[in-house]
Design a protein around this ligand. Sequence first.
Ligand code: UD1
Length: 405
Amino acid sequence: MRVAGAKNSVLKLMGAALLAQGTTVLNNCPEIDDVPLMQKVLEGLGCTVDRQGSRIAITVPENLSHHADFDAVRQFRASVCVLGPLTARTRNAIVALPGGDAIGSRPLDMHQSGLEKLGAKTYIHHGCVVAEAERLRGANIKLDFPSVGATENILTAAVLAEGETVLDNAAREPEIVDLCNMLVEMGAKIEGAGSNTITVQGVERLHPTEHEVVGDRIIAGTWAYAAAMTRGDVTVSGINPKYLHLALEKLKNAGAVVETYPQGFRVSMQGRAHAVNYQTLPYPGFPTDMQPMAIALAAVSEGTSVLTENVFESRFRFVDEMIRLGTDATIDGHHVMIRGKERLSSAPVWSSDIRAGAGLVLAGLCAEAGDVTEVHDVYHIDRGYPGFVETLNELGAEVERVGNR
Ligand code: UD1
């Protein structure tokens, strides 16, 4: 099973293309619903976007529109990543406040205060975040929390600011490293990507590039956990296994055999998984986006697992749906205790976000033999997983898409 490029990278790379006039090409782009949405955002700003399979060519005009309006942006959170590049290029960015997954309040205070440190004035006006700057100047910025989105918006503005920016407590996710690699290919001067201090020397202009999107570690992790839950055997390629280090370590603790290769891994599980505990944390901690898979695995493991969610406060809506499937779970604040059962029992359930949807389908695979689980609102899954149903069927599951939602 080969994973395509990461959703959480490709959307930001498409946004970063705005930083250089001309045609930037991205390869290894996933076929997910958020990509055409991002395409609409870029087209609304004056770009031409040409998509041929996994290759996307974005042609950026000299004069960009500075207003990313509500229609294009509201449907997905990642659209806010155009704020940094637009501020840098147009010095007057207006970006409608985005929508996205229902996983908790997602304010933009750190995005705004970072841009303010670089010299922009920012405010919320008629449902939009506005960033105005006569000039951007490098600054020392320390984030209160290593926010992925704030790190991205600050970096994509700082690359065209005058002088040096030092960003402390920066996010360290592989998708941040991917973004920095592309920015460097475009002529940016960046050091420290992947560590918690990133230094940027501003340059006057960037040039277009051709770049390969990093593999999707969350999708790779989803197939790994699916194998452990169903006592299966899955080999995944297209991903550096070090990006999933902790998630794979947890599977080893649960009793799986994990082999790693330079660009992939194999997970096999014989017998029932043992319960393990999880704490979601910014990278390199256990990813919050893998939380539903961890809970689904815990639901059928032997023993009691405790999972602590430290990144998004509302991510336990998923647990209520898991309880419908027979999971024995108790929520206490941002902790959930799960007492594993041999099998779950089928029920109609509803996805609340991309990863919750995937987790519910995996849980359905562990229902009593002959039980059919119906997962609704699966359009969430299509936002982040290319060919989700087809992949599961290739892996030996019996999953059928019924209708379009
Ligand atoms: C990104 C990912 C998402 C992943 C998350 C954490 C994309 C499109 N989405 O989301 O899949 O789950 O990273 O790995 O890449 N926060 C503030 N103020 C801010 C910014 C963030 O309080 O200005 C808080 C958020 O409410 C949240 C936490 O910081 O509780 C983490 O958010 P952040 O890392 O910014 O996540 P996203 O970039 O939104």
